[in-house]
Design a protein around this ligand. Structure first.
Ligand code: PGA
Length: 244
Protein backbone atom coordinates (compact mmCIF):
# COMPACT_ATOMS: atom_id res chain seq x y z
CA UNK A 1 0.00 0.00 0.00
CA UNK A 2 2.89 2.30 -0.65
CA UNK A 3 1.59 4.92 -3.06
CA UNK A 4 -1.95 5.41 -1.93
CA UNK A 5 -3.23 8.80 -0.83
CA UNK A 6 -4.21 8.31 2.81
CA UNK A 7 -5.89 10.37 5.49
CA UNK A 8 -4.58 10.44 9.04
CA UNK A 9 -7.07 12.23 11.25
CA UNK A 10 -6.13 13.00 14.84
CA UNK A 11 -9.14 13.05 17.15
CA UNK A 12 -7.88 14.58 20.39
CA UNK A 13 -11.26 14.34 22.13
CA UNK A 14 -11.21 16.24 25.47
CA UNK A 15 -7.42 16.23 25.79
CA UNK A 16 -4.77 18.89 25.32
CA UNK A 17 -3.97 22.46 26.26
CA UNK A 18 -1.88 25.33 24.86
CA UNK A 19 1.31 23.69 26.11
CA UNK A 20 0.53 20.41 24.32
CA UNK A 21 0.48 22.20 20.98
CA UNK A 22 4.29 22.53 21.05
CA UNK A 23 4.59 18.78 20.62
CA UNK A 24 3.07 19.10 17.15
CA UNK A 25 6.30 20.75 15.95
CA UNK A 26 7.69 17.24 15.44
CA UNK A 27 4.80 16.36 13.16
CA UNK A 28 5.21 19.61 11.21
CA UNK A 29 8.87 18.89 10.50
CA UNK A 30 8.05 15.28 9.63
CA UNK A 31 5.55 16.41 6.97
CA UNK A 32 8.06 18.89 5.54
CA UNK A 33 10.65 16.14 5.16
CA UNK A 34 8.22 13.58 3.74
CA UNK A 35 6.80 15.09 0.63
CA UNK A 36 7.09 11.89 -1.41
CA UNK A 37 4.25 10.08 0.35
CA UNK A 38 0.97 11.72 -0.43
CA UNK A 39 -1.10 11.97 2.72
CA UNK A 40 -3.46 14.38 4.37
CA UNK A 41 -3.06 15.07 8.07
CA UNK A 42 -5.92 16.65 9.95
CA UNK A 43 -5.93 17.63 13.63
CA UNK A 44 -9.28 17.78 15.39
CA UNK A 45 -8.42 19.32 18.76
CA UNK A 46 -10.91 20.42 21.40
CA UNK A 47 -12.68 23.68 20.47
CA UNK A 48 -10.49 25.67 22.91
CA UNK A 49 -7.43 24.91 20.75
CA UNK A 50 -8.85 25.38 17.26
CA UNK A 51 -7.74 28.95 16.77
CA UNK A 52 -4.20 28.70 18.17
CA UNK A 53 -3.68 25.48 16.24
CA UNK A 54 -5.01 27.00 13.07
CA UNK A 55 -2.47 29.82 13.41
CA UNK A 56 0.33 27.38 14.13
CA UNK A 57 -0.44 25.26 11.07
CA UNK A 58 -0.97 28.18 8.68
CA UNK A 59 2.14 27.64 6.57
CA UNK A 60 1.91 23.83 6.58
CA UNK A 61 -0.03 21.20 4.64
CA UNK A 62 -1.80 20.05 7.83
CA UNK A 63 -5.48 20.94 8.20
CA UNK A 64 -7.70 21.28 11.24
CA UNK A 65 -11.23 20.14 12.00
CA UNK A 66 -13.87 20.41 14.70
CA UNK A 67 -15.01 17.42 16.77
CA UNK A 68 -18.72 18.14 16.54
CA UNK A 69 -20.97 21.12 15.93
CA UNK A 70 -24.51 22.39 16.35
CA UNK A 71 -27.00 21.72 13.56
CA UNK A 72 -27.90 25.38 13.02
CA UNK A 73 -25.83 27.60 10.76
CA UNK A 74 -27.03 30.73 12.55
CA UNK A 75 -25.95 32.35 15.76
CA UNK A 76 -28.35 31.44 18.54
CA UNK A 77 -29.05 31.13 22.22
CA UNK A 78 -27.39 27.72 22.58
CA UNK A 79 -25.15 27.75 25.61
CA UNK A 80 -22.04 25.63 25.17
CA UNK A 81 -22.29 25.06 21.43
CA UNK A 82 -20.53 26.18 18.27
CA UNK A 83 -21.82 25.80 14.72
CA UNK A 84 -20.24 24.83 11.41
CA UNK A 85 -19.85 28.43 10.24
CA UNK A 86 -17.98 29.27 13.43
CA UNK A 87 -15.68 26.31 12.84
CA UNK A 88 -15.03 27.54 9.31
CA UNK A 89 -14.36 31.03 10.65
CA UNK A 90 -11.44 29.82 12.80
CA UNK A 91 -9.88 27.90 9.95
CA UNK A 92 -11.43 24.43 10.18
CA UNK A 93 -11.81 22.51 6.94
CA UNK A 94 -13.28 19.36 8.46
CA UNK A 95 -15.70 18.30 11.16
CA UNK A 96 -16.20 14.92 12.83
CA UNK A 97 -19.91 14.06 13.10
CA UNK A 98 -21.79 11.03 14.38
CA UNK A 99 -18.99 9.85 16.67
CA UNK A 100 -20.21 7.00 18.87
CA UNK A 101 -19.27 8.96 22.00
CA UNK A 102 -21.84 11.57 20.93
CA UNK A 103 -24.37 8.99 19.76
CA UNK A 104 -24.13 7.45 23.24
CA UNK A 105 -25.05 10.84 24.70
CA UNK A 106 -28.27 10.73 22.70
CA UNK A 107 -27.47 12.09 19.23
CA UNK A 108 -29.97 10.55 16.82
CA UNK A 109 -29.41 9.74 13.15
CA UNK A 110 -31.81 12.57 12.35
CA UNK A 111 -29.82 15.10 14.34
CA UNK A 112 -26.58 13.88 12.80
CA UNK A 113 -28.18 14.29 9.35
CA UNK A 114 -29.04 17.95 10.15
CA UNK A 115 -25.50 18.55 11.33
CA UNK A 116 -24.07 17.01 8.16
CA UNK A 117 -26.33 19.15 5.96
CA UNK A 118 -25.43 22.36 7.75
CA UNK A 119 -21.69 21.56 7.74
CA UNK A 120 -21.70 20.90 4.03
CA UNK A 121 -23.53 24.17 3.40
CA UNK A 122 -20.84 25.92 5.45
CA UNK A 123 -18.17 24.43 3.19
CA UNK A 124 -16.71 21.86 5.58
CA UNK A 125 -15.74 18.31 4.74
CA UNK A 126 -17.54 15.88 7.01
CA UNK A 127 -15.93 12.88 8.67
CA UNK A 128 -19.08 10.87 9.23
CA UNK A 129 -18.61 8.13 11.86
CA UNK A 130 -20.57 4.90 11.83
CA UNK A 131 -20.11 1.63 13.67
CA UNK A 132 -21.78 -1.22 15.50
CA UNK A 133 -21.68 -2.09 19.20
CA UNK A 134 -20.31 -5.40 20.47
CA UNK A 135 -23.84 -6.63 21.11
CA UNK A 136 -24.83 -5.88 17.52
CA UNK A 137 -21.69 -7.56 16.21
CA UNK A 138 -22.46 -10.67 18.23
CA UNK A 139 -25.98 -10.68 16.84
CA UNK A 140 -24.41 -10.52 13.37
CA UNK A 141 -26.35 -7.41 12.41
CA UNK A 142 -23.34 -5.18 11.68
CA UNK A 143 -24.26 -4.54 8.03
CA UNK A 144 -27.86 -3.80 8.90
CA UNK A 145 -26.76 -1.28 11.55
CA UNK A 146 -24.32 0.39 9.17
CA UNK A 147 -26.92 0.52 6.41
CA UNK A 148 -29.38 2.22 8.73
CA UNK A 149 -26.79 4.74 9.99
CA UNK A 150 -25.72 5.53 6.41
CA UNK A 151 -29.19 5.90 4.93
CA UNK A 152 -30.52 8.04 7.77
CA UNK A 153 -27.33 10.03 8.28
CA UNK A 154 -26.90 10.86 4.60
CA UNK A 155 -30.58 11.41 3.80
CA UNK A 156 -31.15 14.22 1.26
CA UNK A 157 -27.41 14.60 0.70
CA UNK A 158 -27.05 14.17 -3.03
CA UNK A 159 -23.52 15.32 -3.54
CA UNK A 160 -21.30 13.12 -1.40
CA UNK A 161 -18.00 14.59 -2.52
CA UNK A 162 -17.43 16.29 0.84
CA UNK A 163 -18.28 13.20 2.85
CA UNK A 164 -15.65 10.86 4.24
CA UNK A 165 -16.98 7.86 6.15
CA UNK A 166 -15.09 6.64 9.21
CA UNK A 167 -15.98 3.09 10.13
CA UNK A 168 -15.43 2.89 13.89
CA UNK A 169 -16.73 -0.26 15.59
CA UNK A 170 -17.80 0.93 19.04
CA UNK A 171 -16.18 -2.11 20.69
CA UNK A 172 -12.86 -1.19 19.17
CA UNK A 173 -12.61 2.42 20.34
CA UNK A 174 -10.03 2.73 23.11
CA UNK A 175 -10.15 -1.02 23.79
CA UNK A 176 -7.06 -2.31 22.00
CA UNK A 177 -9.24 -4.66 19.93
CA UNK A 178 -9.39 -4.38 16.16
CA UNK A 179 -11.48 -6.28 13.59
CA UNK A 180 -9.99 -9.19 11.69
CA UNK A 181 -8.47 -8.23 8.35
CA UNK A 182 -11.01 -10.05 6.17
CA UNK A 183 -13.92 -8.67 8.22
CA UNK A 184 -12.69 -5.13 7.88
CA UNK A 185 -12.05 -5.53 4.17
CA UNK A 186 -15.60 -6.86 3.71
CA UNK A 187 -17.20 -4.06 5.69
CA UNK A 188 -15.29 -1.33 3.85
CA UNK A 189 -16.30 -2.97 0.55
CA UNK A 190 -19.91 -3.01 1.72
CA UNK A 191 -19.82 0.70 2.67
CA UNK A 192 -18.20 1.65 -0.65
CA UNK A 193 -20.92 -0.28 -2.48
CA UNK A 194 -23.63 1.60 -0.64
CA UNK A 195 -22.05 5.02 -1.05
CA UNK A 196 -20.33 5.13 -4.41
CA UNK A 197 -17.11 7.08 -4.65
CA UNK A 198 -16.82 7.73 -0.91
CA UNK A 199 -13.51 7.45 0.95
CA UNK A 200 -13.67 5.10 3.92
CA UNK A 201 -11.39 5.41 6.93
CA UNK A 202 -11.01 2.98 9.80
CA UNK A 203 -10.96 4.10 13.44
CA UNK A 204 -10.64 2.24 16.74
CA UNK A 205 -7.40 1.38 18.56
CA UNK A 206 -5.16 2.43 15.68
CA UNK A 207 -1.64 2.60 17.11
CA UNK A 208 1.94 1.89 16.10
CA UNK A 209 1.39 -1.84 16.72
CA UNK A 210 -2.05 -2.42 15.20
CA UNK A 211 -1.13 -0.43 12.09
CA UNK A 212 1.02 -3.35 10.92
CA UNK A 213 -2.16 -5.37 10.33
CA UNK A 214 -4.47 -2.51 9.45
CA UNK A 215 -2.29 -1.24 6.62
CA UNK A 216 -2.75 -4.58 4.83
CA UNK A 217 -6.38 -3.75 4.19
CA UNK A 218 -6.03 -2.32 0.74
CA UNK A 219 -9.44 -0.71 0.38
CA UNK A 220 -9.03 1.55 3.43
CA UNK A 221 -8.34 5.22 2.66
CA UNK A 222 -6.84 6.19 5.98
CA UNK A 223 -7.35 6.22 9.73
CA UNK A 224 -9.14 8.16 12.44
CA UNK A 225 -6.85 8.03 15.43
CA UNK A 226 -7.77 8.87 19.01
CA UNK A 227 -5.40 8.08 21.89
CA UNK A 228 -2.30 7.43 19.78
CA UNK A 229 -2.58 10.78 17.99
CA UNK A 230 -1.93 12.73 21.17
CA UNK A 231 1.73 11.73 21.31
CA UNK A 232 3.49 13.06 18.23
CA UNK A 233 6.02 10.24 18.13
CA UNK A 234 3.22 7.64 18.02
CA UNK A 235 1.31 9.57 15.39
CA UNK A 236 4.41 9.82 13.18
CA UNK A 237 5.15 6.11 13.73
CA UNK A 238 1.68 5.19 12.48
CA UNK A 239 2.18 7.25 9.31
CA UNK A 240 5.69 5.88 8.69
CA UNK A 241 4.58 2.28 9.19
CA UNK A 242 1.65 2.70 6.82
CA UNK A 243 4.06 3.38 3.99
CA UNK A 244 6.84 0.94 4.91
P1 PGA B 1 -8.97 5.37 19.71
O1 PGA B 1 -10.20 6.35 19.34
O2 PGA B 1 -7.97 5.48 18.59
O3 PGA B 1 -8.44 5.93 21.01
O4 PGA B 1 -9.51 4.00 19.83
C1 PGA B 1 -10.67 6.48 18.04
C2 PGA B 1 -11.85 7.41 17.98
O5 PGA B 1 -12.68 7.39 18.90
O6 PGA B 1 -11.99 8.20 17.03
Amino acid sequence: MTNKYMYFIANWKMFGNLKTLNSINKVISFTKKNKKNKFKLVYCPPASLLFPLSKKLQATSIDIGGQNCHESQNFGANTGYINSKMLKDVGAKYVILGHSENRQLGESDKLINSKIQSSIKSGLKVIFCIGETLKQKKKKITKRVLFSQISKGLKKIRNKKNIIIAYEPVWSIGSGMIPREYELFEIIKYIKNKVRGVKVLYGGSVNSKSIKNLKKINNVDGFLIGGASQVSKNFIDIIKKTYN
